[in-house]
Unconditional design. Structure first.
Length: 424
Protein backbone atom coordinates (compact mmCIF):
# COMPACT_ATOMS: atom_id res chain seq x y z
CA UNK A 1 0.00 0.00 0.00
CA UNK A 2 1.19 3.50 -0.87
CA UNK A 3 0.79 5.97 1.98
CA UNK A 4 -0.69 9.40 1.28
CA UNK A 5 -1.16 12.53 3.41
CA UNK A 6 -3.67 15.29 2.57
CA UNK A 7 -2.91 18.85 3.73
CA UNK A 8 -5.71 21.41 3.22
CA UNK A 9 -7.28 23.93 5.57
CA UNK A 10 -10.81 23.29 4.23
CA UNK A 11 -12.40 20.15 5.66
CA UNK A 12 -14.76 19.75 2.72
CA UNK A 13 -11.77 19.70 0.34
CA UNK A 14 -10.00 17.07 2.44
CA UNK A 15 -13.13 14.92 2.56
CA UNK A 16 -13.64 15.23 -1.18
CA UNK A 17 -10.05 14.25 -1.97
CA UNK A 18 -10.19 11.32 0.44
CA UNK A 19 -13.45 10.02 -1.09
CA UNK A 20 -12.17 10.32 -4.68
CA UNK A 21 -8.85 8.64 -3.97
CA UNK A 22 -10.21 5.83 -1.80
CA UNK A 23 -12.82 4.98 -4.44
CA UNK A 24 -10.51 5.05 -7.45
CA UNK A 25 -7.16 4.00 -5.96
CA UNK A 26 -7.73 1.01 -3.64
CA UNK A 27 -3.97 0.45 -3.24
CA UNK A 28 -3.59 3.87 -1.61
CA UNK A 29 -3.93 4.38 2.14
CA UNK A 30 -4.80 7.87 3.38
CA UNK A 31 -2.67 7.87 6.54
CA UNK A 32 -3.57 11.35 7.77
CA UNK A 33 -5.01 14.82 7.18
CA UNK A 34 -3.46 18.16 8.10
CA UNK A 35 -5.42 21.40 8.33
CA UNK A 36 -2.41 23.74 8.26
CA UNK A 37 1.21 23.84 7.20
CA UNK A 38 2.71 23.26 10.64
CA UNK A 39 0.57 20.18 11.17
CA UNK A 40 1.57 18.94 7.71
CA UNK A 41 5.26 19.18 8.65
CA UNK A 42 4.69 17.28 11.92
CA UNK A 43 2.51 14.55 10.37
CA UNK A 44 4.93 14.07 7.50
CA UNK A 45 7.68 13.39 10.01
CA UNK A 46 5.54 11.10 12.19
CA UNK A 47 3.62 9.16 9.50
CA UNK A 48 6.30 8.91 6.78
CA UNK A 49 3.92 9.05 3.77
CA UNK A 50 5.02 8.25 0.23
CA UNK A 51 3.12 11.23 -1.19
CA UNK A 52 1.72 14.50 0.17
CA UNK A 53 -1.07 16.53 -1.44
CA UNK A 54 -0.29 20.07 -0.24
CA UNK A 55 -2.61 23.06 -0.45
CA UNK A 56 -0.75 26.36 -0.82
CA UNK A 57 -3.09 28.83 0.92
CA UNK A 58 -3.34 27.72 4.56
CA UNK A 59 -3.39 29.77 7.79
CA UNK A 60 -0.14 30.33 9.67
CA UNK A 61 2.53 28.34 7.87
CA UNK A 62 1.43 28.17 4.23
CA UNK A 63 1.98 25.24 1.89
CA UNK A 64 5.17 26.52 0.26
CA UNK A 65 6.79 27.28 3.63
CA UNK A 66 5.74 23.81 4.86
CA UNK A 67 7.36 22.21 1.81
CA UNK A 68 10.62 24.07 2.51
CA UNK A 69 10.69 22.68 6.04
CA UNK A 70 9.83 19.16 4.87
CA UNK A 71 12.63 19.28 2.31
CA UNK A 72 15.18 19.84 5.11
CA UNK A 73 14.59 16.35 6.48
CA UNK A 74 12.89 14.50 3.60
CA UNK A 75 14.37 15.88 0.37
CA UNK A 76 13.09 12.98 -1.76
CA UNK A 77 9.47 12.96 -0.55
CA UNK A 78 6.96 13.22 -3.41
CA UNK A 79 4.68 16.26 -3.15
CA UNK A 80 1.78 17.44 -5.33
CA UNK A 81 0.65 21.03 -4.93
CA UNK A 82 -3.12 21.58 -4.81
CA UNK A 83 -4.11 25.19 -5.35
CA UNK A 84 -6.77 27.51 -6.76
CA UNK A 85 -3.98 29.89 -7.81
CA UNK A 86 -2.57 29.24 -11.25
CA UNK A 87 0.25 31.78 -11.24
CA UNK A 88 3.74 31.70 -12.67
CA UNK A 89 5.29 32.61 -9.30
CA UNK A 90 3.76 29.57 -7.59
CA UNK A 91 4.79 27.30 -10.46
CA UNK A 92 8.36 28.68 -10.34
CA UNK A 93 8.66 28.13 -6.58
CA UNK A 94 7.17 24.65 -6.91
CA UNK A 95 9.77 23.72 -9.51
CA UNK A 96 12.56 25.05 -7.28
CA UNK A 97 11.37 22.75 -4.48
CA UNK A 98 11.14 19.77 -6.88
CA UNK A 99 7.38 19.31 -6.49
CA UNK A 100 6.20 16.34 -8.57
CA UNK A 101 3.00 17.88 -10.01
CA UNK A 102 0.35 20.58 -9.67
CA UNK A 103 -3.43 20.11 -9.30
CA UNK A 104 -5.51 23.20 -9.98
CA UNK A 105 -8.73 23.71 -8.00
CA UNK A 106 -11.36 22.87 -9.02
CA UNK A 107 -10.44 19.76 -11.00
CA UNK A 108 -12.51 16.87 -12.22
CA UNK A 109 -12.14 13.65 -10.20
CA UNK A 110 -10.70 11.85 -13.23
CA UNK A 111 -7.95 14.47 -13.59
CA UNK A 112 -7.08 14.27 -9.87
CA UNK A 113 -6.90 10.47 -9.98
CA UNK A 114 -4.80 10.49 -13.16
CA UNK A 115 -2.29 12.93 -11.66
CA UNK A 116 -1.99 11.08 -8.36
CA UNK A 117 -1.73 7.69 -10.09
CA UNK A 118 1.02 8.95 -12.41
CA UNK A 119 3.05 10.39 -9.55
CA UNK A 120 2.63 7.24 -7.44
CA UNK A 121 3.84 5.10 -10.34
CA UNK A 122 6.99 7.24 -10.51
CA UNK A 123 7.39 6.97 -6.72
CA UNK A 124 7.10 3.18 -6.90
CA UNK A 125 9.70 3.08 -9.68
CA UNK A 126 12.02 5.25 -7.58
CA UNK A 127 11.52 3.01 -4.54
CA UNK A 128 12.29 -0.09 -6.60
CA UNK A 129 15.47 1.58 -7.84
CA UNK A 130 16.41 2.47 -4.25
CA UNK A 131 15.91 -1.14 -3.18
CA UNK A 132 18.19 -2.31 -6.01
CA UNK A 133 20.76 0.29 -4.97
CA UNK A 134 20.53 -0.89 -1.36
CA UNK A 135 21.16 -4.48 -2.44
CA UNK A 136 24.10 -3.45 -4.62
CA UNK A 137 25.49 -0.90 -2.19
CA UNK A 138 27.77 -3.25 -0.17
CA UNK A 139 29.19 -4.75 -3.38
CA UNK A 140 29.81 -1.39 -5.05
CA UNK A 141 31.25 0.04 -1.83
CA UNK A 142 33.74 -2.81 -1.46
CA UNK A 143 34.62 -2.57 -5.16
CA UNK A 144 35.16 1.19 -5.01
CA UNK A 145 37.41 0.79 -1.95
CA UNK A 146 39.47 -1.83 -3.80
CA UNK A 147 39.78 0.35 -6.90
CA UNK A 148 40.83 3.41 -4.91
CA UNK A 149 43.37 1.51 -2.82
CA UNK A 150 44.92 -0.21 -5.83
CA UNK A 151 44.94 2.95 -7.94
CA UNK A 152 42.72 1.52 -10.67
CA UNK A 153 39.86 3.96 -11.00
CA UNK A 154 39.57 6.72 -13.60
CA UNK A 155 38.65 10.22 -12.46
CA UNK A 156 35.38 10.24 -14.47
CA UNK A 157 34.39 6.79 -13.26
CA UNK A 158 35.24 7.72 -9.67
CA UNK A 159 32.99 10.77 -9.79
CA UNK A 160 30.15 8.71 -11.26
CA UNK A 161 30.50 6.12 -8.49
CA UNK A 162 30.60 8.81 -5.80
CA UNK A 163 27.46 10.37 -7.29
CA UNK A 164 25.79 6.94 -7.31
CA UNK A 165 26.62 6.59 -3.61
CA UNK A 166 24.85 9.85 -2.82
CA UNK A 167 27.10 10.17 0.22
CA UNK A 168 28.74 13.19 1.75
CA UNK A 169 32.47 12.78 1.88
CA UNK A 170 35.56 14.91 2.30
CA UNK A 171 38.57 14.79 0.02
CA UNK A 172 40.85 14.39 3.04
CA UNK A 173 40.93 10.78 4.12
CA UNK A 174 43.11 8.05 5.58
CA UNK A 175 43.08 4.25 5.63
CA UNK A 176 42.93 1.74 8.45
CA UNK A 177 43.57 -1.96 7.88
CA UNK A 178 41.99 -4.35 10.36
CA UNK A 179 43.84 -7.67 10.53
CA UNK A 180 41.62 -10.40 11.96
CA UNK A 181 42.81 -13.68 13.46
CA UNK A 182 40.46 -16.49 14.44
CA UNK A 183 40.89 -20.08 15.50
CA UNK A 184 40.78 -22.87 12.93
CA UNK A 185 40.11 -22.96 9.22
CA UNK A 186 36.78 -24.81 9.15
CA UNK A 187 34.20 -23.58 6.67
CA UNK A 188 31.63 -22.94 9.40
CA UNK A 189 34.13 -20.69 11.21
CA UNK A 190 34.71 -18.75 8.00
CA UNK A 191 30.94 -18.29 7.67
CA UNK A 192 30.81 -17.06 11.25
CA UNK A 193 33.61 -14.60 10.46
CA UNK A 194 31.65 -13.33 7.44
CA UNK A 195 28.58 -12.78 9.63
CA UNK A 196 30.71 -11.01 12.21
CA UNK A 197 32.16 -8.79 9.48
CA UNK A 198 28.67 -7.69 8.41
CA UNK A 199 27.58 -6.98 11.98
CA UNK A 200 30.71 -5.03 12.84
CA UNK A 201 30.57 -3.08 9.58
CA UNK A 202 26.97 -2.00 10.23
CA UNK A 203 27.76 -1.03 13.84
CA UNK A 204 30.98 0.80 12.93
CA UNK A 205 29.30 2.96 10.25
CA UNK A 206 26.70 4.15 12.76
CA UNK A 207 29.39 6.18 14.54
CA UNK A 208 31.98 6.87 11.86
CA UNK A 209 31.99 8.25 8.33
CA UNK A 210 33.82 6.01 5.94
CA UNK A 211 33.75 3.16 3.45
CA UNK A 212 34.47 -0.42 4.45
CA UNK A 213 36.09 -2.75 1.96
CA UNK A 214 35.55 -6.50 1.71
CA UNK A 215 37.38 -8.89 4.02
CA UNK A 216 40.18 -10.51 2.05
CA UNK A 217 43.05 -12.55 3.38
CA UNK A 218 41.77 -11.83 6.91
CA UNK A 219 42.16 -8.10 6.37
CA UNK A 220 39.48 -5.40 6.21
CA UNK A 221 40.48 -2.05 4.64
CA UNK A 222 38.54 1.03 5.78
CA UNK A 223 38.68 4.47 4.17
CA UNK A 224 38.00 7.07 6.85
CA UNK A 225 36.99 10.63 5.93
CA UNK A 226 38.34 13.58 7.89
CA UNK A 227 35.91 14.96 10.46
CA UNK A 228 35.85 18.65 11.33
CA UNK A 229 37.34 19.55 14.66
CA UNK A 230 39.23 16.28 15.04
CA UNK A 231 42.86 15.53 14.37
CA UNK A 232 43.91 12.49 12.40
CA UNK A 233 45.20 10.79 15.54
CA UNK A 234 42.15 11.46 17.73
CA UNK A 235 39.72 10.40 14.98
CA UNK A 236 41.66 7.19 14.34
CA UNK A 237 41.97 6.47 18.07
CA UNK A 238 38.19 6.74 18.49
CA UNK A 239 37.61 4.35 15.58
CA UNK A 240 40.24 1.90 16.88
CA UNK A 241 38.63 1.81 20.33
CA UNK A 242 35.28 0.90 18.82
CA UNK A 243 36.75 -1.76 16.51
CA UNK A 244 38.75 -3.44 19.28
CA UNK A 245 35.72 -3.29 21.55
CA UNK A 246 33.52 -4.95 18.92
CA UNK A 247 36.00 -7.73 18.24
CA UNK A 248 36.77 -8.11 21.94
CA UNK A 249 33.11 -8.79 22.65
CA UNK A 250 33.37 -12.11 20.77
CA UNK A 251 34.60 -14.06 23.83
CA UNK A 252 38.16 -14.40 22.65
CA UNK A 253 37.20 -16.19 19.44
CA UNK A 254 38.66 -13.37 17.34
CA UNK A 255 41.62 -11.06 17.71
CA UNK A 256 42.00 -7.84 15.75
CA UNK A 257 44.90 -5.52 15.08
CA UNK A 258 44.51 -2.12 13.39
CA UNK A 259 47.20 -0.46 11.26
CA UNK A 260 46.62 3.24 10.54
CA UNK A 261 47.97 5.13 7.53
CA UNK A 262 48.45 8.91 7.49
CA UNK A 263 45.85 11.46 6.40
CA UNK A 264 45.92 12.19 2.68
CA UNK A 265 44.86 15.51 1.09
CA UNK A 266 42.83 13.77 -1.62
CA UNK A 267 41.34 10.42 -2.61
CA UNK A 268 43.76 10.54 -5.53
CA UNK A 269 46.58 9.67 -3.11
CA UNK A 270 44.65 7.37 -0.77
CA UNK A 271 46.65 4.38 -2.02
CA UNK A 272 49.66 5.82 -0.15
CA UNK A 273 47.75 5.72 3.15
CA UNK A 274 46.71 2.12 2.44
CA UNK A 275 50.31 1.05 1.94
CA UNK A 276 51.26 2.83 5.17
CA UNK A 277 48.44 1.07 7.05
CA UNK A 278 49.76 -2.29 5.81
CA UNK A 279 53.26 -1.39 6.94
CA UNK A 280 51.91 -0.34 10.32
CA UNK A 281 50.37 -3.82 10.63
CA UNK A 282 53.71 -5.61 10.40
CA UNK A 283 53.72 -6.49 14.12
CA UNK A 284 50.18 -7.57 15.11
CA UNK A 285 51.37 -8.80 18.52
CA UNK A 286 51.73 -5.28 19.94
CA UNK A 287 49.74 -5.16 23.20
CA UNK A 288 48.04 -1.91 22.20
CA UNK A 289 46.21 -3.69 19.36
CA UNK A 290 47.04 -0.91 16.91
CA UNK A 291 49.89 1.03 15.34
CA UNK A 292 50.12 4.43 13.65
CA UNK A 293 52.40 4.76 10.64
CA UNK A 294 54.87 7.49 11.52
CA UNK A 295 58.38 6.08 11.86
CA UNK A 296 61.01 6.29 9.14
CA UNK A 297 62.27 2.81 9.97
CA UNK A 298 58.82 1.45 9.08
CA UNK A 299 58.81 3.54 5.92
CA UNK A 300 62.00 1.81 4.79
CA UNK A 301 60.28 -1.57 4.56
CA UNK A 302 59.16 -2.90 1.19
CA UNK A 303 55.39 -2.95 0.82
CA UNK A 304 55.48 -5.92 -1.55
CA UNK A 305 57.42 -8.08 0.90
CA UNK A 306 54.54 -7.91 3.37
CA UNK A 307 51.94 -9.30 0.99
CA UNK A 308 51.70 -13.02 1.56
CA UNK A 309 49.78 -13.58 -1.63
CA UNK A 310 52.19 -11.53 -3.72
CA UNK A 311 54.84 -14.20 -3.61
CA UNK A 312 56.75 -14.72 -6.85
CA UNK A 313 55.06 -17.16 -9.18
CA UNK A 314 56.62 -19.16 -11.98
CA UNK A 315 55.83 -18.13 -15.58
CA UNK A 316 53.70 -21.28 -15.93
CA UNK A 317 51.69 -20.45 -12.80
CA UNK A 318 51.16 -16.88 -13.93
CA UNK A 319 50.02 -18.05 -17.35
CA UNK A 320 47.47 -20.40 -15.76
CA UNK A 321 46.26 -17.68 -13.41
CA UNK A 322 45.98 -15.27 -16.33
CA UNK A 323 43.79 -17.70 -18.30
CA UNK A 324 41.68 -18.52 -15.23
CA UNK A 325 41.07 -14.84 -14.46
CA UNK A 326 40.32 -14.06 -18.09
CA UNK A 327 37.74 -16.84 -18.36
CA UNK A 328 36.20 -15.96 -14.99
CA UNK A 329 35.63 -12.33 -15.99
CA UNK A 330 34.29 -13.27 -19.44
CA UNK A 331 31.84 -15.85 -18.01
CA UNK A 332 30.65 -13.56 -15.21
CA UNK A 333 30.77 -10.16 -16.92
CA UNK A 334 26.97 -9.88 -16.71
CA UNK A 335 27.19 -10.04 -12.91
CA UNK A 336 28.74 -7.66 -10.39
CA UNK A 337 32.35 -8.83 -10.72
CA UNK A 338 34.58 -7.29 -8.07
CA UNK A 339 38.33 -7.43 -7.72
CA UNK A 340 37.76 -9.24 -4.43
CA UNK A 341 35.66 -11.92 -6.16
CA UNK A 342 38.36 -12.53 -8.79
CA UNK A 343 41.02 -12.71 -6.08
CA UNK A 344 39.00 -15.23 -4.10
CA UNK A 345 38.42 -17.33 -7.24
CA UNK A 346 42.17 -17.68 -7.94
CA UNK A 347 43.17 -17.74 -4.25
CA UNK A 348 45.37 -14.67 -4.48
CA UNK A 349 45.25 -11.21 -2.91
CA UNK A 350 43.42 -8.38 -4.70
CA UNK A 351 46.76 -6.56 -4.98
CA UNK A 352 48.33 -9.49 -6.82
CA UNK A 353 45.32 -9.88 -9.14
CA UNK A 354 45.38 -6.17 -9.91
CA UNK A 355 49.09 -6.30 -10.66
CA UNK A 356 48.76 -9.36 -12.92
CA UNK A 357 45.89 -7.78 -14.87
CA UNK A 358 47.97 -4.71 -15.57
CA UNK A 359 51.00 -6.73 -16.63
CA UNK A 360 49.19 -9.31 -18.77
CA UNK A 361 46.26 -7.36 -20.21
CA UNK A 362 47.85 -3.92 -20.27
CA UNK A 363 44.69 -2.56 -18.61
CA UNK A 364 43.16 -2.78 -15.16
CA UNK A 365 40.42 -5.29 -14.42
CA UNK A 366 37.63 -2.68 -14.67
CA UNK A 367 38.70 -1.77 -18.21
CA UNK A 368 38.83 -5.46 -19.19
CA UNK A 369 35.42 -6.12 -17.60
CA UNK A 370 33.97 -3.12 -19.45
CA UNK A 371 35.42 -4.39 -22.74
CA UNK A 372 33.79 -7.81 -22.20
CA UNK A 373 30.46 -6.17 -21.45
CA UNK A 374 30.62 -3.85 -24.44
CA UNK A 375 31.48 -6.68 -26.82
CA UNK A 376 28.42 -8.56 -25.56
CA UNK A 377 26.29 -5.40 -25.80
CA UNK A 378 27.31 -4.91 -29.45
CA UNK A 379 26.05 -8.41 -30.23
CA UNK A 380 22.75 -7.90 -28.41
CA UNK A 381 22.12 -4.47 -29.95
CA UNK A 382 21.85 -6.13 -33.35
CA UNK A 383 18.66 -7.83 -32.14
CA UNK A 384 15.93 -5.24 -32.86
CA UNK A 385 13.51 -6.97 -30.47
CA UNK A 386 15.68 -6.21 -27.45
CA UNK A 387 15.31 -2.83 -25.75
CA UNK A 388 18.38 -0.97 -24.57
CA UNK A 389 17.15 -1.38 -20.99
CA UNK A 390 17.05 -5.18 -21.44
CA UNK A 391 20.52 -5.15 -22.97
CA UNK A 392 21.90 -3.02 -20.13
CA UNK A 393 20.64 -5.53 -17.54
CA UNK A 394 21.84 -8.56 -19.53
CA UNK A 395 25.40 -7.24 -19.75
CA UNK A 396 25.59 -6.29 -16.07
CA UNK A 397 24.33 -2.71 -15.74
CA UNK A 398 21.30 -2.06 -13.52
CA UNK A 399 21.09 1.59 -14.55
CA UNK A 400 20.36 2.03 -18.29
CA UNK A 401 21.59 5.64 -18.19
CA UNK A 402 24.93 4.58 -16.75
CA UNK A 403 25.16 1.85 -19.39
CA UNK A 404 24.58 4.41 -22.16
CA UNK A 405 27.31 6.68 -20.79
CA UNK A 406 29.73 3.78 -20.42
CA UNK A 407 28.96 2.55 -23.96
CA UNK A 408 29.54 5.98 -25.46
CA UNK A 409 32.77 6.45 -23.50
CA UNK A 410 34.03 3.05 -24.66
CA UNK A 411 32.74 3.02 -28.26
CA UNK A 412 32.61 6.72 -29.13
CA UNK A 413 28.90 6.63 -30.00
CA UNK A 414 25.70 5.98 -28.05
CA UNK A 415 23.94 2.57 -28.09
CA UNK A 416 21.13 4.06 -30.20
CA UNK A 417 23.59 5.47 -32.73
CA UNK A 418 25.38 2.10 -32.87
CA UNK A 419 22.07 0.27 -33.44
CA UNK A 420 21.18 2.64 -36.29
CA UNK A 421 24.63 2.23 -37.78
CA UNK A 422 24.66 -1.59 -37.82
CA UNK A 423 21.00 -1.74 -38.86
CA UNK A 424 21.52 0.05 -42.15
Amino acid sequence: MMRLLIADDEQIERMALRRILEQELPDVEIVGEAENGRQAVELTKDLQPDLVLMDIQMPGLDGLAAIRQIRETQPQLAIIIVSAYDTFDYARQALQMEVRDYILKPSKPAAIVATVRQVLERVQADQAQQRRHKQLYPIVEADLVAQLLFGHVHEVQREELLTWFGKRYTEQAFVMVVSVAWKGEAEEEKQEADQLYRRIKARFLRDHQGWVGAMSGRQIPIIMFAEKGQSWRSQAASAVRLLLQLFGAQRGQYKAFVGIGRMQPSLNTIMQSYQEALLASVNPDLPSGHCFYEHEDIAGLKYGSMMECCRAASPEEESDLYQTMRQYVQHNAHKTVSLEAIAEHVQRSPYYVSKLFKERFGVNYIEFLTECRMNKAKQLIQDPDKSLKQIAIEVGYHDPNYFSRAFKRHCGISPTEYRNKVGR
